[in-house]
Design a protein around this ligand. Structure first.
Ligand SMILES: [Zn+2]
Length: 444
């Protein structure tokens, strides 16, 4: 459906129904058909329930779900006759996890970006179908997907999931990388006389007005947020992670233009200057934040900026380095950065900066994001803080706290369960046993 006809359809709904049902029509997740006269009622018996808002575990709770929404939670909720009862009384039940930094739509795992130029966008989109399934089945019911090399393949993947064509998490997508010429989000490593197809140069911008133009195009094409690259990158050819890329003027233009479409901006940044430029420009989160200095930590706290630090994927980069499958220049970029990032993560946690959970999924195998929890605890978080980073904090960063991030009446029925107690052994989150998204069970 084009954006125009979607608006028309919403307008028609408005003309024929009350305004209350208009709100429902706009916010209802699309992969569950609109409820007929008989709603589907599900009751989950939770032995232990993680209340991430109150930072405590409640015992023997019942969660009542009507179609795709939670309607009641408590110790003495009456289960209506005819309800489907799911017994998780031996398990710990948590809100669906949220990974705020994924790349699901880049096809099969491949550390060499140039290989995306060897495949058509349709191939990459279809190769990405198992990525989405692996993410969901590992307990991540929502992702903020922060860029695809072939622009808009992420939108195709998101929409296929929303239609119910394929299983996958709720995707909030960037559409493309907004980056300088030759920048961290550009397709580099090719001869200078190679002319790239439109979707491999979609997000390149070299002035505030070019930045605004790309943001306008992304908003029109259906992006849910904007990803800018404010420093060089580790996994990009001819890039220096310690550099500055976009200028403060360009970053301001991105945030200002995005805000006029109701979109938030996240900034990739490794270098101290790239990080601080992005925070001062008003981004919602800094990705990686690898070399953040004390001034950067103070600025993030002052501005309420989230740090979305992928402190696990270093393991996979080094492992692939040993196996010989990681390009050599990427390993040179990476030397020492992993260690510095983990130390700076500890510093930011201690300073009380807002932290979200983001893994750069795609660097490690899809479906292994849960392994980052143990590293977040190792580097200074309590288990509850690590879980909040991937639930209530992540929902706040997305701007969807009223619908996601905890198990509360009115929110989407995105619910997972694990064996054991994640507060005493965080690694149980690496093995999620039950997954429900939008009221539908994907892992029984
Ligand atoms: Zn990334």
């Amino acid at each position: 459906m084009t954006r125009f006809s979607k608006r028309l359809a919403i307008a028609l709904v408005f003309l024929t129904t009350s305004s209350a049902s208009l709100a429902e029509a706009q916010s209802a997740a699309p992969d569950v058909p609109p409820s007929a006269a008989q709603p589907h009622v599900t009751a989950i018996k939770a032995g232990h329930l993680m209340d991430v808002d109150a930072a405590k575990v409640l015992d023997n709770q019942t969660i009542l779900i009507r179609d795709n929404r939670i309607t009641a939670v408590g110790p003495s909720v009456t289960i209506p006759a005819g309800a489907e009862v799911i017994d998780l009384s031996n398990m710990t039940v948590l809100p669906g996890l949220i990974d705020c930094h994924t790349h699901l739509a880049d096809g099969i795992h491949d550390p060499e970006p140039v290989n995306r130029a060897r495949k058509l966008p349709a191939q990459l989109a279809l190769e990405s179908v198992p990525n989405a399934r692996a993410m969901l089945e590992s307990g991540f019911t929502t992702v903020r997907d922060v860029g695809a090399y072939r622009a808009l393949t992420d939108i195709a993947l998101r929409d296929a999931i929303n239609r119910g064509d394929i299983p996958g998490p709720r995707m909030f997508v960037a559409g493309a990388y907004l980056t300088i010429t030759g920048g961290a989000g550009a397709m580099t490593g090719l001869a200078p006389d190679v002319t790239l197809p439109w979707d491999l140069r979609y997000g390149i911008a070299d002035s505030p007005w070019e930045v605004r133009k790309v943001v306008r195009q992304l908003a029109h094409d259906g992006a849910d947020h904007i990803k800018v690259l404010s420093s060089g990158a580790v996994l990009t050819h001819s890039s220096n992670p310690n550099s500055r890329e976009f200028t403060p003027e360009e970053l301001h233009a991105a945030v200002d233009e995005a805000s006029s479409f109701g979109l938030r901006v996240e900034a990739h940044a490794h270098s101290p200057e790239g990080i601080k430029n992005a925070i001062r420009a008003g981004v919602a989160s800094v990705e990686h934040a690898t070399l953040i200095d004390d001034e950067g930590v103070a600025l993030a706290k002052q501005h309420g900026t989230y740090l979305d630090m992928d402190i696990y994927d270093e393991e996979c980069i080094q492992e692939e380095g040993k196996a010989g499958s990681m390009p050599k220049d990427f390993l040179e970029h990476d030397a020492e950065l992993g260690r510095a990032q983990r130390e700076n993560f500890r510093k930011a946690v201690a300073a009380g900066v807002k932290m979200s959970f983001g893994t750069d999924a795609g660097v490690c195998a899809y479906g292994t994001s849960g392994k980052q929890f143990a590293f977040m605890v190792k580097y200074g978080m309590t288990p509850m803080q690590a879980i909040q980073a991937a639930t209530s904090n992540a929902a706040d960063l997305l701007g969807h706290s009223s619908e996601l991030g905890s198990i509360k009446p009115g929110k989407y029925a995105d619910i997972i369960a694990v064996e054991g107690d994640p507060l005493t052994d965080i690694r149980v989150l690496e093995n999620v046993k039950f997954v429900m998204k939008n009221g539908k069970i994907y892992k029984p």
